[in-house]
Design a protein around this ligand. Sequence first.
Ligand SMILES: [Zn+2]
Length: 256
Amino acid sequence: MRKPRALDEFSLTSEPTSAEDFDVERLIRKRETALGYRIMASWGWGADGSGHITARDPEHTDCFWLLAYGVPFGQATVEDLVLVNELGDVIQGQGDINPAAFCIHAPIHANRPDVIGAIHAHTPYGTPFSALAEPLTMTSQEAAAFHQLQGVFHGEEVNVTDIATGQRIAEALGPGRLVVLANHGLLTVGTSVASAVGFYLNAEHAAEVCIKAPNGRKISDEAAAEAHKSVGQELNGWHVFQWLVRSRLNDPCAVG
Ligand SMILES: [Zn+2]
């Protein structure tokens, strides 16, 4: 069993590991998912059960993993994850799922084969910002990660209970990295679970700047595009995740 990386293995040149062996790759994705839930819990996010992280299965690519409903996010382990198929049926693991998680995430995973991980939460700045029903303004370094990679879902379905609504959310996301769900919250995706979570933190920080400095200076399109060349790399989202694991979690190995 591969353990999460030791601290001394990280550097600016560290890169994600991926494996051709399905079992090894599955474990990597499940660990990142459980770690992601614990990172959410480290701020109290999801203490009311809202929010979810999903990870596409490497072998059964139309299925994805998420935390069984009712497990406190701060106690998430790989054993607590369940695998759901394209119909929303739990086909591995024990427990139920949050129906909203399936309705929101399934169309995104179906529409975007490049997306491995997706995360949605109701967060202190993401949700107030979403009530503006606008994309992030380019007023911070973190916002530049979403330059020309964000959409807004303008539907009034603040509780998503059907796949058709999830499909419209997936269309609002389009080829992007972030979709602002109006009056609801933020959702980010990545080519790994780690980068999806890392970019969620970027989006939350960018939303905080938008809320606290609503009349803040916007950087130019050219400057945002230039910053995006670095902060917009998938690898940058992955690095943010590694920092979160090291900075926010006392015992990353506890996820199993
Ligand atoms: Zn929600």
